[in-house]
Design a protein around this ligand. Structure first.
Ligand code: HEC
Ligand code: HEC
Ligand code: HEC
Ligand code: HEC
Ligand code: HEC
Ligand code: HEC
Ligand code: HEC
Ligand code: HEC
Ligand code: HEC
Length: 347
């Protein structure tokens, strides 16, 4: 019966009880499984000291770490006196433990806007435990909607705007995994300053990572020519030039995708509140083209490639040149050849 053994192993694995905690952790829990255990900190805040052992067992660390892997200084009971005046001071001290094992993630956070805020004394900026938790850490970013809930804790306004956008609605109401969450655009650990010129000018690539994906966009019937047409347009051309020459004055911004479509409030292009809907378009252009009148956008191709249906004049001129130029070149070559022939024959 060669197949019985593997089967038995499989059953044993499925039925296995959650891993037992090591002895030292059991000791800690003798006191810390008590729901009433709490201390009052010097500033008057009450710190509860109860640890939910079931949540800890189910966490990503449950079967790997004991309590003292993170609380390295708590092995003695009663514990040595601690200098924390507030809960926040306590959190900021203990989060440091994460970096011992997740150094790569820690290094990334050092380059983020959040770390910069922390460094200038803004203690409300998030550290590992604000986004991941401490004893109940689960696999991050799953489901994807959990990401925007994490950021929403502190970025209420942006998050509720996002929830109503074409992207946010698809995610939060339809559970659609194809649309971007906060971290697809901002990343999670090394979040850059969103107003820095270099970041701003690189956003068209960010949108294009999805909007030029033919298989993805075919599902929604959305054109994938949006990047190409943008780059061929003066706006895209100017933005690329400015990016290659970082010294350009910040006043001379060309339009990037988000200047016309919005950022956290992107809508379907035919939605009544769309910034790029016919009726609203002039206002969008006027952000930069202050003198623009009602028919200003009409002189512009939008994302369309010229064709007989759209912009027949531009298309016609393009077509005319594409025939005329080779024709002229051929004529020129022929003329030279005839000259040469004459020279040879006349000798
Ligand atoms: C005999 C009961 C008891 C045991 C066993 C015990 N603790 Fe505590 N723990 C306390 C009490 C009481 C406090 C609050 C007063 C203090 O900080 O000493 C506390 C506080 C803490 C704090 C918060 C520290 C702070 O500054 O507020 C942590 C973290 C902690 N314990 C972890 C542990 C770990 C890890 C273990 C196992 C190695 C453990 N404890 C074992 C009773 C206990
Ligand atoms: C992965 C690291 C890690 C492990 C493992 C861990 N802790 Fe903690 N613990 C933390 C961090 C970080 C904080 C601070 C969390 C905060 O302030 O939000 C904390 C806070 C505490 C506190 C203060 C109360 C609270 O929840 O803020 C106690 C008590 C505590 N831990 C006990 C334990 C015990 C007992 C175990 C083992 C069953 C354990 N910890 C395992 C990282 C850990
Ligand atoms: C003593 C080492 C150690 C410490 C300290 C530690 N971790 Fe971990 N952590 C691990 C190990 C081991 C894993 C499992 C790695 C794996 O599954 O690839 C893990 C997994 C994780 C994961 C899931 C990774 C994934 O890809 O699913 C997250 C998130 C995480 N830890 C966050 C934290 C945070 C936040 C802290 C601080 C409160 C912390 N860790 C402290 C060792 C540690
Ligand atoms: C602003 C919120 C935030 C902060 C702060 C944060 N993380 Fe994360 N982390 C996330 C999100 C969201 C993910 C899910 C992956 C993604 O979307 O990029 C993640 C993924 C992870 C992972 C698994 C994937 C990977 O990149 O290895 C680990 C491990 C991790 N974080 C550890 C940490 C540690 C350690 C810290 C502190 C030094 C930290 N995180 C700080 C939000 C955060
Ligand atoms: C615990 C609170 C907290 C959480 C959670 C949090 N942030 Fe922040 N965030 C802040 C603070 C505080 C600042 C600094 C604000 C400032 O500089 O004025 C900030 C700044 C930012 C900025 C720069 C804003 C600017 O105007 O320059 C971005 C972008 C950002 N966060 C994105 C995120 C994303 C994405 C997430 C989720 C993965 C997230 N944040 C989670 C508190 C938080
Ligand atoms: C499709 C890409 C995209 C997504 C998704 C996205 N952002 Fe942004 N975000 C941007 C861009 C681009 C900017 C810069 C806007 C500008 O030019 O001022 C920005 C700016 C910000 C800012 C600073 C300026 C402000 O408006 O306050 C914060 C904070 C922020 N985002 C947080 C978030 C959070 C939280 C989420 C998720 C709920 C999120 N973002 C989702 C692209 C995105
Ligand atoms: C100068 C303003 C402007 C800029 C810059 C711009 N767009 Fe557009 N976009 C529009 C207008 C106007 C429409 C609506 C065209 C129509 O009426 O069908 C549109 C339509 C779209 C559509 C819908 C296409 C469809 O098939 O329904 C997408 C997606 C899109 N743009 C993405 C982008 C991306 C990505 C970028 C940057 C690479 C970008 N746009 C840059 C003005 C702009
Ligand atoms: C992670 C992939 C992804 C990223 C990144 C992304 N989008 Fe989208 N976008 C989508 C998907 C998928 C849809 C279709 C959602 C639906 O119809 O439910 C969509 C829809 C849209 C629409 C509505 C088109 C219409 O009229 O139906 C516009 C406009 C748009 N995105 C612009 C942008 C801009 C501008 C950016 C960059 C700031 C961007 N997107 C970044 C995936 C993405
Ligand atoms: C964020 C600012 C911004 C927005 C919004 C914007 N533009 Fe522009 N546009 C520029 C800049 C800067 C130039 C100059 C580029 C150059 O000199 O190469 C330009 C150039 C142009 C030109 C070339 C002729 C000229 O006047 O220089 C046209 C046509 C144009 N834009 C149309 C539009 C239309 C139509 C809209 C609205 C749908 C729009 N723009 C929205 C910044 C913007």
């Amino acid at each position: 019966m060669p197949f019985v053994l593997p089967l038995a192993l499989l059953v044993a694995q499925v039925a296995a009880p959650p891993p037992a905690l090591d002895d030292q952790s059991e000791t800690c829990l003798a006191c810390h499984a008590d729901r009433t255990l709490a201390v009052t900190l010097p500033d008057g805040e009450v710190q509860h000291l109860y640890v939910d052992v079931e949540a800890f067992r189910k966490s990503v660390h449950g079967d790997r770490l004991g309590c003292t892997d993170c609380h390295t200084d708590m092995t003695e009971v009663p514990h040595p006196a601690k200098p924390f005046r507030t809960r926040r001071e306590f959190t900021l001290a203990y989060y440091e433990q994460c970096k011992r094992c997740h150094f790569a993630n820690y290094t990334k956070t050092v380059d983020s806007v959040h770390y910069a805020a922390l460094a200038r004394g803004d203690t409300t900026a998030p550290v590992c435990v604000d986004c991941h938790g401490s004893h109940d850490i689960v696999k991050p970013g799953q489901p994807r909607a959990a990401v925007s809930r994490t950021c929403a804790k502190c970025h209420e306004g942006v998050s509720s705007t996002y929830a109503k956008s074409v992207h946010g609605e698809a995610l939060l109401e339809g559970g659609n995994p194809d649309v971007p969450v906060c971290t697809d655009c901002h990343r999670s650990h090394d979040i850059a300053g969103p107003r820095e010129q270099h970041w701003r000018l690189s956003t068209p690539e960010l949108c294009s990572s999805c909007h030029t994906n033919k298989a993805l966009m075919a599902k929604y019937g959305i054109s994938t020519a949006v990047l190409q047409t943008y780059l061929e347009d003066f706006h895209g051309m100017t933005a690329s030039l400015q990016r290659d020459e970082p010294g350009t004055p910040t006043g001379a911004f060309a339009a990037v995708c988000t200047d016309c479509h919005g950022v956290h409030d992107i809508t379907r292009v035919d939605a009544p509140n769309s910034k790029v809907m016919r009726a609203n378009l002039v206002k969008t252009c006027q952000q930069c083209h202050t003198g623009a009148t009602e028919n200003f956008p009409a002189a512009w191709l939008s994302h369309y490639e010229p064709s007989w249906q759209r912009a027949p004049l531009v298309y016609g001129v393009k077509l005319f040149y594409s025939i005329l130029i080779p024709f002229m070149m051929a004529g020129l070559v022929l003329q030279i050849l005839l000259h040469l022939w004459r020279v040879v024959v006349n000798r």
